[in-house]
Write a protein that binds this ligand. Structure first.
Ligand code: HEM
Length: 425
């Protein structure tokens, strides 16, 4: 849904309105107060079955599709795979793969979106599954991409040759791959996410079953790669439009690593300008613009009656553009996230690219790290320029995707480029 459409719905019909789409009637719950009611979910009214409608068939029993006590139980265990210590363990592989991808860049045209998707899939192969990129990882990547494509298929039953059938085959192949490897991962360990999920326990000692690990792994791959690719693409777009921020980030990144070739979490924390730009890019283009819930019983949102079994759509992206919450919301102004301004604190749901409430993205810090690492390597030795007159158009029918591959020009930076820039304070 384009941002202009969401804005005009809010202005014309207020916070809660009915419309038709996805072959069904649904309710739009717009603005931070309506979102707050849905995400607080005090009486267990709003179910994740709304999300499941779109991609649940291929990402069956992923964390995002579980409700209430069951969700809480699984989330507590999974949380252990996302502690700072574990994130630090994943970082080395991210760094190696992103560095190798950037080393292949040559002066000339680069299709940014395919480059970022490929890099992030390769990172997922190593960081999630502990595999090196190669024939096996190509097979799992294909199976996984087929599942993702099937989730947004128009024809939603198996017809040979169409997306849905490929998705069903892909899901089976992934199940087989993870089931075959699970015993080894439970015993031999490793620093990858698959090994983590096999071994993590919550405070009471509860652990995932084999089926849980398989279901969670398949969903995590889906939750992680496309969203991160969209976020990183949005960042590259803003950096191409605002080259002064490229210089600022390049200088700051090289000071952050301080001659040390290997990245660690402290170095990422020091890349503050890059953090500001990532936030501002996700504010201007939320990688997940809308979220879905389903009412389990009759309820009221912002004083409006909503019956049981209704699909409810909340739009985090709209909150990112509300003039009451942000100054000049359409403009690119990363410093609005600086400690001195913190416009994102104007309302607790003013900025919510990772959602809110019980289902808030568990991979939020992982995502910020991986986007930082990929952009750091991309900018370290290269400048990105837009072709004259080019404007990036987003296809917003499902998750935002550039309508073309987002071609840019890359040029190797030389020492004079580096010396002309000082670290911003
Ligand atoms: C920039 C990248 C990302 C964005 C914008 C993003 C966004 C989101 C959003 C909006 C939700 C909430 C869904 C809802 O309320 O129904 C979510 C949930 C989730 N995300 Fe992310 N995500 C990103 C990256 C990741 C990564 C890298 C991982 C894993 C490594 C991940 C794993 C998950 C999981 C497991 C959930 C479900 C959490 C739950 O239901 O408790 N995400 N994400």
């Amino acid at each position: 849904m384009p941002i202009e459409f969401l804005e005009s719905r809010l202005e014309t019909y207020g916070a809660v309105s009915w419309m038709r789409g996805f072959a069904m009637p649904f309710v739009l719950a717009l603005g931070p107060e309506a979102a707050q009611e849905v995400f607080a979910n005090n009486d267990h009214v709003f179910s994740q079955k709304g999300q499941e409608f779109f991609s649940g068939r291929f990402f069956n029993r992923g964390l995002m599709f579980l409700d209430f006590e069951e969700h809480h139980f699984h989330r507590r265990i999974m949380q252990e795979a996302f502690t700072r210590e574990r994130l630090s363990g994943y970082l080395h592989s991210m760094d190696t793969v992103a560095g190798a991808a950037a080393a292949t860049l040559r002066d000339g045209e680069l299709e940014v979106f395919p480059y970022l998707k490929r890099t992030l899939l390769d990172i997922a192969t190593v960081v999630f599954m502990g595999d090196e990129p190669g024939p096996q990882s190509d097979l799992t990547n294909k199976a996984f991409t087929d599942c993702l494509r099937a989730a947004s298929a128009v024809v939603r039953f198996p017809v040979p040759g169409l997306r849905w059938s490929a998705g069903v085959r892909g899901r089976r192949a992934l199940e087989k791959y993870f089931h075959t490897n699970i015993d080894v991962r439970r015993t031999s360990g490793g620093e990858d996410l698959f090994a983590s999920l096999c071994r993590v326990r919550d405070e009471e000692g509860n652990q995932f079953t084999d089926d849980d690990v398989v279901d969670h792994m398949i969903f995590l791959m889906s939750a992680a790669t496309d969203t991160s690719a969209v976020a990183a693409t949005a960042v590259v777009n803003q950096l191409a439009l605002h080259p002064e921020w490229q210089d600022r980030i390049r200088a700051e990144s090289s000071a952050a690593v301080n001659g040390d070739e290997r990245l660690d979490l402290d170095a990422l924390d020091r890349m503050r300008s890059l953090g500001l730009v990532i936030n501002e890019s996700m504010r201007l283009l939320a990688p997940v613009p809308v979220l879905f819930r389903k009412t389990l019983v009759d309820t009221v949102i912002q004083g409006c009656f909503v019956p049981a079994d209704t699909m409810v759509v909340v739009a985090p992206w709209l909150n990112h553009h509300l003039p009451g919450l942000w100054t000049d919301p359409r403009s690119f102004d990363p410093d609005r996230f600086s400690d001195a301004r913190r416009e994102d604190r104007s309302h607790r749901l003013a900025f919510m690219p990772f959602g809110a409430g019980a289902h808030k993205c568990i991979g939020m810090h992982f995502a910020t790290n991986v986007v930082k690492v990929v952009i750091h390597h991309l900018l370290r030795d290269h400048r990105i320029e837009l072709r004259s007159g080019y404007t990036l158009e987003w296809d917003l029918t499902a998750m935002p995707t550039p309508t073309d591959g987002f071609p840019v020009l890359v040029r190797r930076v030389d020492d004079s480029d580096r010396n002309n820039t000082t670290v911003a304070t």
